[in-house]
Write a protein that binds this ligand. Structure first.
Ligand SMILES: Nc1ncnc2c1ncn2[C@@H]1O[C@H](COP(=O)(O)OP(=O)(O)OP(=O)(O)O)[C@@H](O)[C@H]1O
Ligand SMILES: [Mg+2]
Length: 307
């Protein structure tokens, strides 16, 4: 069965697509079969980070039934073991998917024969993004050290929890519980932990069931655009906060250094990690790929570094 990592984080421009593309390349170089899926339907640009011209085949062919199998919409990337499903043409046709279309995509992704499938999501907390994120129990949050990014990530996680609670409890029961909670607390904002405590006190069986379902999540975190002046332990601190206030497992995978050459690689239409394989940023991504795949710490063969 594939590991499906949804890559999101709430804020735009933090590097979700950059990390997805370069992490995908690294995992492929480690010998895994990897598929990247661009699910940023309104602003897809994942292919650009892989230095690919806009492939003609993509998700739109599956949605419009031109391709019956989602697997047939994958394009090669030029990197052995790495394929991509683009959604550039979806931006015109389906920026807002119907629920049934989302389910169709999610179901089809789960059947694809890869070791790792990385789903690149757009910014924000719209239902498409939340539902795609929740389609797998394995998610990854990408954020930068900026307080706005950290704030948006925590808000994104909170939105995910409410969406998940709503999915489990169903809309009506969820609304009732939140209504009762607001009446009793008299507050205008809700903390996930307080809401869960409230559910637990009122209906222990239901509370335990919800907690068990939330524990299924296995979340990873990556701090991107790390600069020297930033607290090196910031990521661990955020990991601690999340493990304390939410009910799932959060694991910080590491910092990815800021590098001006990322822009240079994009402008010269090259993949960053293959153009600059020996930079701090490339090493950071390589370490994250090893942690993610639990690969033994071994050097990547020189021949594959030139790909
Ligand atoms: N580690 C880094 N060092 C330098 N520049 C970076 C780094 N990571 C990302 N960038 C740059 O930041 C910009 C935004 O990156 P990217 O498009 O991956 O963000 P995103 O989170 O996917 O944005 P969106 O939400 O709009 O899809 C790009 O110009 C990219 O080149
Ligand atoms: Mg993006």
């Amino acid at each position: 069965m594939s590991h499906i990592y949804t890559i999101g984080g709430g804020k735009g421009g933090v590097g979700k697509s950059f990390i997805t593309a370069n992490l995908g390349v690294m995992c492929a170089k480690l010998g895994y079969r990897v598929l990247l899926v661009d699910l940023d339907l309104g602003g897809s640009n994942l292919h650009t980070f892989l230095a690919l011209k806009n492939p003609q085949v993509g998700l739109h062919d599956f949605l419009s039934k031109r391709c019956r199998s989602l697997g047939d919409t994958a394009s090669p990337t030029g990197i052995p073991n790495l394929s991509i499903i683009c959604s550039t043409h979806c931006s015109l046709e389906v920026p807002n998917l119907f629920h049934a279309q989302k389910l169709k995509i999610i179901r089809a992704i789960k059947e694809l024969p890869y070791d790792y499938i990385l789903l690149d999501l757009g910014a924000g907390t719209n239902f498409n993004t939340l539902d795609f994120f929740l389609s797998s129990d394995e998610g990854m949050f990408v954020f930068t050290p900026e307080p706005t990014s950290v704030e948006n990530t925590l808000r994104f996680i909170k939105a995910l929890y409410y969406r998940r609670l709503k999915q489990i409890l169903k809309q009506r029961a969820f609304k009732e519980i939140v209504g009762e909670f607001m009446d009793q607390s008299g507050g205008s904002s809700i903390k996930v932990s307080e809401l869960m405590e409230f559910i637990m006190t009122n209906n222990r069986t239901r509370g335990e069931l919800l907690q068990a379902r939330l524990r299924d999540f296995d979340f990873k975190m990556v701090l991107n655009q790390y600069r020297k002046q930033v607290d090196p332990a910031l990521g661990q601190k955020i990991e601690k906060v999340c493990n304390k206030h939410f009910y799932s497992k959060f694991q910080f995978l590491g910092n990815v250094s800021y590098d001006e050459r990322v822009h240079d690689a994009i402008f010269s239409r090259k993949i960053y990690i293959t153009k600059y394989p020996y930079t701090h940023t490339a090493t950071d991504i390589q370490n994250i790929a090893k942690k993610l795949t639990k690969s033994p710490s071994r050097a990547i063969p020189a021949a594959t570094q030139q790909a």
